[in-house]
Design a protein around this ligand. Sequence first.
Ligand code: HEC
Length: 176
Amino acid sequence: MVRQNVSGWGGRWFAGLVVTVLILGGGLGLHLVNAQGPQPGGWLGKLPADKQIEAIDRQLRGFDMAMFEVNYRYTEMYFGAMEGNWDYALYTGEKIAWALENGFQRRPKRRANGEAIFLKAAYPQVIDAIKKKDVALFKQRVDALRAACNACHAAEAVPFIRVGIPSIKQTPLVNN
Ligand code: HEC
């Protein structure tokens, strides 16, 4: 009787272990599968084929998300230069143009003002100051740059979006 009880407990303990291992293993398996990318059952695949491009278009968003990146890189570029990390300031500063170009592809009507007011004017001047590693020149030109951001906002009917000199760093990057 006692022996039977003991083996009964042992059996249940073992069964519990097997179940636990299966669940953990199953979980791990699922994880590995997920790591391989979107699954057929994902949200995009569930949409009818003729609605998928539209959904991707909507998810990529418009000019607002391009600005989200421009704003991020503008801030990072500023602190990179202030900290003397000129390579990083150039790296992230050059991507402002890339982010804007992507924005123009999504919203072509923004291109004319963006090029005239920003890309062909204040922006190359800032990149030049970064390449010269000249902090005084950079400060002067970044002030002209933010004025160009604001001039474009005014021209594009969003004058209430006013850009200042950055005060809060976006990343924990250090220059050492
Ligand atoms: C094409 C001219 C143009 C230039 C150049 C430009 N912006 Fe913008 N920006 C816009 C427009 C248009 C919007 C509104 C976008 C929308 O709502 O679709 C905007 C929105 C923004 C927003 C709000 C984004 C949001 O939705 O949360 C920020 C922040 C911003 N801009 C920062 C900047 C900074 C910083 C610069 C310069 C380094 C800059 N912008 C240069 C046109 C411009």
